[in-house]
Design a protein around this ligand. Structure first.
Ligand code: FMN
Length: 160
């Protein structure tokens, strides 16, 4: 499969999980590309829910992807505005694409902002016609390490 992983990662936690998923998928013979979104203007973390004025320099072409993994951090109880804006910008191109949405967050329990944020992403891509697979939440990212990233990516990709 052609797998495209698109993430927002401000401090590297979502990137760590994405890289682990990329390595696992590649070891299974998939063709995997990972894109860490970059914005024209720096993101204002003091306004963590503001989607306005977010424009990308590297939003990829998703036409040849069989599966998309879309990930980002939880910001202020919601999925990051950056990954949500990317979903908005991809728009109708997501129709028919298989999507796994995932979030990373600091709180220790997924039910506290993680699951709801992941489901907000799933709803957004579902509304655009994507085939929405079960998503994934990585909690307690303040204490994350390579071992946890590897275990989490195995768990996340079990749905395939
Ligand atoms: C502006 C801002 C808001 C945040 N809000 C939450 C939150 O509501 N719930 C939570 O569990 N973590 C919250 N966090 C922590 C991040 O979700 C967590 O550190 C995440 O794993 C960072 O991912 P990244 O390193 O890929 O950017 C917030 C972080 C920032 C910078």
């Amino acid at each position: 499969m052609n797998v495209l992983i698109i993430i927002h990662s401000q401090t590297g936690k979502t990137l760590g999980l994405a890289e682990s998923a990329q390595a696992l998928l590649a070891s299974q013979g998939h063709n995997v590309e990972l894109v860490r979104l970059e914005t024209v203007e720096p993101i204002d973390t003091r306004n963590p829910t503001k989607k306005k004025n977010i424009d990308f320099t590297n939003l990829p072409d998703i036409s040849s992807a069989d599966l998309l993994l879309l990930g980002g951090p939880v910001w202020a109880f919601r999925p990051s505005p950056v990954i949500m804006k990317a979903i908005e910008d991809l728009g109708g191109k997501l129709a028919g694409k298989k999507v796994i949405a995932f979030v990373t967050h600091a709180f220790p329990w997924a039910w506290l902002t993680g699951t709801s944020s992941m489901n907000a992403m799933r709803r957004a891509v579902g509304t655009l016609g994507a085939k929405v697979l079960p998503g994934f939440v990585l909690s307690s990212t303040n204490t994350v390490n390579a071992d946890r990233f590897n275990k989490a990516s195995e768990q996340m990709l079990q749905v395939l």
